[in-house]
Design a protein around this ligand. Structure first.
Ligand code: PMP
Length: 384
C-alpha cells in the first residue's frame, strides 16, 4: 500500500486508512445511518451507541473516560478549542500562555491570535538541539499568572518524544493547566496514561490509520465548564462542540484507536523502528555527506527520519524524485514567500541547513523493500 509507483514515506503527513477501520465504518454510512441525537427512535439509539463506543475506545487509548472525549474535525480544531476555549472561558485572571517553540502551526497561530486580539501574552519555551523542551527555561517562565502551557507529545518534523510527565510536574506546581497536542503520538509512543499528565489533549484520526475529518479533544473532568465553545448550536457533546456527530468517522477513529492500543501498538512501533533504523544506516553509509536532524536515541518517533542533504534544496530534490517518492520538507509558504521550517530553526539549524532537510516517515504498511528503494532513488538523484 499504496498500490502505485510511488513509495509512500510521508506517514506523519497522513496515513492510509486501515482496511479493518474501513470495514468498521461501512455500515454507518448506509445501514445504521441514524442521527445519534435523534433520541426518540431505535435508529438514533443505535447511532448514539456507536458514537459512545467510539469515544470509549479513543478514551481507552489515552487512559481517559469516554465522557471526557469531544469529537472535533481534526487536531487543528482540537488545538484551537483547547487554547481559545480555555482562554475565553471562565478561568479569568491569568493572562500568560507558554508554548514550545516547535509546536504545530495550529497551536502557534491560535496563541498569536489571542495575543494580537485578546490581550494575552504568548511566550515561546525554548528547546534544545534535539527538540526537547528545556525544563530549566520552562521553570523560569512559569509563575502564578500562567494560564496554560501547550507542548506537543511527539514532534511532526523531527520526531522528538517529550517527557510530558516531567513537564506536568512543573505546571502543576504553579496551578497552570497543560494542553498536549498528541496528534503524532498514537503511532509514536505508548500513550496509555497520557491523559493522567494533561488537562487537555488533542488527537487526529488521519494520523493513526483512521479517516480524515475527525479528531478528538480530551477535556479533563471538571474543566468542561471552563472551556468556551467555538461552535454554538444544538448543544451536542455537552455543549462544547455543537453539530451532529459524524458517526462513521467517529467509528473509524474508535477502531483506529483499538488497533493501536496495548501490545499491538507496541509491536507495530518496534517493527517500524527496525525499518527506520535499517533505512538510516543504509542511507548514512551510502551517502556520507547526509546527516540526521533531531534525537538519535529511543525518544524519537519510531517512523521518523529527518535528514539533511548538504548543498541541496530539499524542495527541488523532492520535486526531481516525482513520482517515485512521497516524503516531506518542512518549509512552509507564508504569504507566497517560502520560509525555512520553524522547527529546524528552533533546534539551531541555519536557514540553508533547514532548507536542505527532508523528512521521511514510515508506518503500518511500509515495507523493507520500499525503504531500501528510497536510498537507491536518492543516490540516483543527488548530484555527485
Ligand atoms: N498537530 C500536529 C503535531 C500535526 O502533525 C498535525 C497535522 N499536520 C496537526 C496538529 C493538525 O492535524 P489535523 O490535520 O487533524 O487538523
Amino acid at each position: 500500500m499504496p498500490d502505485s509507483q510511488t513509495i509512500y514515506a510521508d506517514y506523519q503527513a497522513t496515513t492510509p486508512v486501515d482496511p479493518r477501520v474501513l470495514a468498521a465504518m461501512e455500515p454507518y454510512w448506509r445501514d445504521s445511518f441514524g442521527n445519534p441525537h435523534s433520541s426518540d427512535h431505535v435508529m438514533g439509539w443505535e447511532a448514539e451507541r456507536a458514537a459512545a463506543d467510539a469515544a470509549a475506545s479513543v478514551a481507552a487509548l489515552i487512559g481517559a473516560d469516554a465522557s471526557e472525549i469531544v469529537f472535533t474535525s481534526g487536531a487543528t480544531e482540537a488545538n484551537n478549542l483547547a487554547i481559545l476555549g480555555l482562554a475565553r472561558g471562565s478561568l479569568r485572571g491569568r493572562r500568560r500562555i507558554l508554548v514550545s517553540a516547535i509546536e504545530h502551526k495550529s497551536v502557534l497561530a491560535a496563541v498569536r491570535a489571542l495575543e494580537e486580539r485578546e490581550g494575552f501574552a504568548a511566550e515561546l519555551i525554548p528547546v534544545d538541539r534535539d527538540g526537547f523542551v528545556r525544563l530549566d527555561a520552562l521553570d523560569e517562565l512559569l509563575s502564578d499568572d500562567v494560564l496554560l502551557v501547550s507542548v506537543m507529545a511527539v514532534n511532526n518534523e523531527i520526531g522528538t518524544v517529550q517527557n510530558v510527565s516531567d513537564i506536568a510536574e512543573l505546571t502543576r506546581a504553579h496551578g497552570t493547566l497543560l494542553h498536549c497536542d498528541a496528534a503524532q503520538a498514537p503511532c509514536g509512543m505508548d500513550i496509555c496514561d497520557l491523559a493522567d499528565s494533561t488537562d487537555l489533549l488533542s488527537l487526529s484520526g488521519h494520523k493513526m490509520c483512521g479517516p480524515k475529518g475527525i479528531g478528538a479533544l480530551y477535556v479533563r473532568h471538571g474543566l468542561e465548564d471552563h472551556v468556551e465553545p467555538m461552535i454554538y448550536g444544538g448543544e451536542q457533546q455537552g455543549g462544547l462542540r455543537s453539530g451532529t456527530v459524524p458517526v462513521p468517522l467517529c467509528v473509524g477513529m474508535g477502531s483506529a484507536a483499538e488497533l493501536l492500543a496495548g501490545e499491538a501498538g507496541a509491536q507495530e512501533r518496534r517493527r517500524i523502528a527496525h525499518l527506520r533504523d535499517a533505512f538510516l544506516s543504509d542511507l548514512l553509509s551510502r551517502l556520507p555527506k547526509a546527516t540526521l536532524n533531531g534525537p538519535s536515541g529511543a525518544d524519537r518517533h519510531p517512523g521518523n527520519a529527518n535528514i539533511q542533504f548538504p548543498g541541496t534544496n530539499a524542495q527541488d530534490l523532492l520535486a526531481s524524485m516525482q513520482p517515485m517518492l512521497a516524503a516531506s520538507t518542512g518549509s512552509a509558504c507564508t504569504s507566497g514567500i517560502p520560509a525555512p521550517s520553524h522547527v529546524l530553526r528552533a533546534i539551531g539549524l541555519a536557514p540553508e541547513e533547514a532548507d536542505s532537510s527532508m523528512r521521511f516517515s514510515f508506518g503500518r504498511f511500509s515495507t523493507a523493500t520500499e525503504v531500501k528503494a528510497i536510498t537507491v532513488v536518492l543516490e540516483d538523484t543527488l548530484p555527485t
